[in-house]
Ligand binder design. Structure first.
Ligand code: CU
Length: 314
């Protein structure tokens, strides 16, 4: 992960509804401050003013109530709550009202331990783009249909610059939409604690000019717009697509969630490696626990390609 990036989060507003969310937030914030202070300041003042030696019993014997005051402290907070409700409700409505799919670009998002994957609808050649980062055109409605695999856990797709956050739930499709009028690259973080490498469950949204998006979308490039296509073997592609890199380093000795796979070909034969993918709990290397690596039910040819990639780097 590139930690030196200077991406944009809460310091920018890059979706049309960000201003509604911010307005609701600041109104909530200031009303809470005013209400909080209007209780706490008088509390300290009265505690001091009516301290024990200042009050005689006969002064308070006949105190009952103060109708005007009681009406005031009921009506004023009620009115303030209505204001909070109004701004919260209207901005939620904007966030929750999906644009028509015919006037939007639909992208499918899969969140799993611990990576994000974006899959686009087929273009006119029937080619389906897949990408780790999301690429979308400026000034366009985007609908995200999000889900997680059944054997995974709940994640959340959080884009601070858009003020947008939605749970991503195994076996269920949740939707979110946005419309960005601002070119740029924005952070996407998982906002639902999902285990060991939750903090690495991170990607970016690139809002790019429409023409650039269309040229990319109608082409069959396997990488994002403006990126150089590097020739990847089938095994390497499967390794990336299945999120192996989220748990295993392969170029270094670093232990992530699972053991480093560097030089694994010298330690184990192909049968062992195939079993390690299909039935990971069969042989568990020392220092690791069973049940962490999910079994991958992949076609034989894919398993072979993965084994080739792990043993030869190709
Ligand atoms: Cu997550």
């Amino acid at each position: 992960m590139d930690v030196n990036n200077t991406l944009q989060g809460f310091n920018t507003m890059a979706a049309t509804f960000a201003k509604d969310v911010d307005q609701a937030f600041w109104i909530n914030f200031w009303i809470s401050v005013i209400l909080g202070l209007s209780v706490i300041i008088p509390m300290f003042y009265f505690a001091w003013k009516y301290r024990e030696k200042n009050v005689k019993d006969e002064d308070i014997e006949n105190v009952t109530h103060n109708t005007a005051l009681e009406i005031a402290w009921t009506l004023i907070p009620t009115a303030m709550l209505m204001v909070l409700f109004y701004y919260g409700y209207t901005s939620m409505q904007v966030l929750r009202t999906m644009p028509a799919e015919s006037e939007s670009i639909v992208v499918h998002v899969e969140g799993k331990k611990w990576s994000w994957k974006h899959t686009y609808e087929a273009n006119k050649n029937g080619f389906v783009h897949k990408s780790k980062e999301l690429y979308v055109p400026k000034d366009t409605n985007i609908i995200l249909k999000m889900t997680a695999p059944l054997n995974d856990v709940i994640h959340a797709y959080f884009v601070p610059a858009f003020r947008m956050k939605e749970d991503v739930v195994p076996g269920r499709v949740t939707k979110q939409w946005f419309h960005s009028e601002k070119l740029g690259t924005y952070d996407v973080e998982c906002a639902e604690y999902c285990g060991t490498r939750h903090s690495d469950m991170y990607t970016k949204i690139n809002v790019i000019p429409k023409a650039e998006y269309e040229a990319w979308f109608e082409g069959n490039s396997k990488v994002g717009p403006g990126e150089k296509e590097v020739e990847k073997s089938k095994g390497q592609e499967l390794y990336d697509d299945n999120g192996c890199a989220g748990c295993h380093s392969i170029d270094t000795d670093a232990t992530l969630v699972g053991p480093s796979l560097k030089g694994i070909g010298a330690k184990h034969d192909a049968t062992y490696l195939k079993d390690a993918i299909v039935t990971p709990d069969k042989d568990v290397p020392e220092g690791f626990t069973a049940g962490v690596m999910p079994p991958f039910a992949l076609p034989d040819a894919d398993v072979d390609a993965l084994v080739d990639y792990m043993t030869t780097g190709k």
